[in-house]
Design a protein around this ligand. Structure first.
Ligand SMILES: [Fe+2]
Length: 324
């Protein structure tokens, strides 16, 4: 098709959107929960893998105002979340605590995200500052130390009616060293499992695959036992969500040989690393909005100064990042 140079630019913009609707269609046509049929799987798989590959070299989405992204910025973030379940963005750095909280509320609103409340370390309105902390309610919990955190999705211990479908991790201050996040779309792990061991995938979709025992919190409240599948459909959209932790303490896997093999395979596979995982050391003003994908954190070291004392804001959501 020959085009006037100006039109070419226009066509390229359109091209950007055309595959997106194809992908949306592919997502609707592919029933990921049905392992008895390969209908739609290969097409969906090919799209996912090529998109994930491309995503590794994409620059963060530049946001001129975190609290109020423009329509084109918003669409680009949503497109990335639709295709790869996460979007890294870069906004002007802001260091005032309450300003960033206000900005993050605006950001969540711009994407129609419902902030999950009632977390033990909930700061102002469900926005949690992750930093090394010795306060009684945070002491001993890994996120509030400088230790590394193994592969997990957020809120894997939550009750089935309180699952986390998305979150944003926003960097306020970087550590002097370390504090890198590895990020992996859980739909890529689904592909790895389905290709290598579909029987493992089936076991991990069992409604009793993974249980987190009841826990008595420091304030005396009881977090009830949480039993459920590793892969499950988002209640509103049917899109795949994952509930997982690679930790082996305080987790009880369904006592069935295939489930136990699946758990070991998955843990070893993630430890080796997937070539489509993104490694990001977020800088102040940068963040990752996502549909609760798999992620890690490497250990970090704070500097002597507060401007080298790592602070990340985290906001969890009960719904996925909106559709365009
Ligand atoms: Fe996390």
């Amino acid at each position: 098709m020959s085009q006037h140079p100006k039109q070419k630019i226009h066509v390229r913009c359109n091209k950007k959107e055309a595959p997106m609707s194809d992908k949306t269609k592919a997502n609707q046509e592919f029933d990921w929960a049905n392992l008895d049929s390969d209908a739609g799987y290969l097409a969906w798989r090919a799209t996912k893998l090529s998109r994930a590959e491309k995503c590794l070299s994409e620059a963060p989405v530049a946001l001129s105002d975190l609290a109020n992204p423009s329509e084109s910025e918003r669409k680009e973030v949503i497109r990335r979340c639709q295709e790869s379940n996460f979007a890294v963005y870069s906004a002007p750095a802001e260091t005032d605590d309450s300003t960033v909280r206000r900005q993050l509320r605006g950001f969540a609103d711009a994407f129609g995200l419902r902030i999950a409340e009632a977390h033990r370390s909930e700061g102002e309105q469900g926005i949690v500052a992750l930093r090394v902390s010795d306060t009684p309610e945070q002491r001993g919990f890994i996120p509030y130390t400088s230790r590394g955190i193994n592969w997990h999705t957020d809120g894997y211990y939550n009750a089935p009616d309180n699952l986390i479908s998305g979150f944003v991790l926003h960097c306020m201050v970087q550590a002097a060293e370390g504090g890198t996040n590895d990020i992996l779309d859980h739909e890529i792990i689904y592909i790895r499992l389905r290709d290598a061991h579909p029987e493992y995938l089936r076991a991990l979709m069992h409604p009793q695959a993974m249980a987190i025992p009841e826990n008595v919190e420091k304030d005396g409240s009881v977090r009830p036992v949480s039993v459920g599948p590793v892969f499950y459909p988002d209640p509103q959209t049917g899109r795949m969500q994952m509930r997982y932790t690679a930790r082996t303490r305080s987790i009880s896997w369904r006592d069935d040989p295939v489930t136990l093999e699946a758990e070991a395979w998955l843990r070893n596979y993630l430890a080796k690393g997937d070539p489509l995982a993104l490694r990001a050391r977020l800088q102040p003003g940068q963040g990752v909005l996502n549909n609760n994908v798999l992620h890690t954190r490497t250990p970090f070291e704070n500097g002597a100064d507060t401007d080298l004392t790592r602070v990340m804001f985290r906001v969890r959501f009960h719904n996925r990042v909106g559709e365009i």
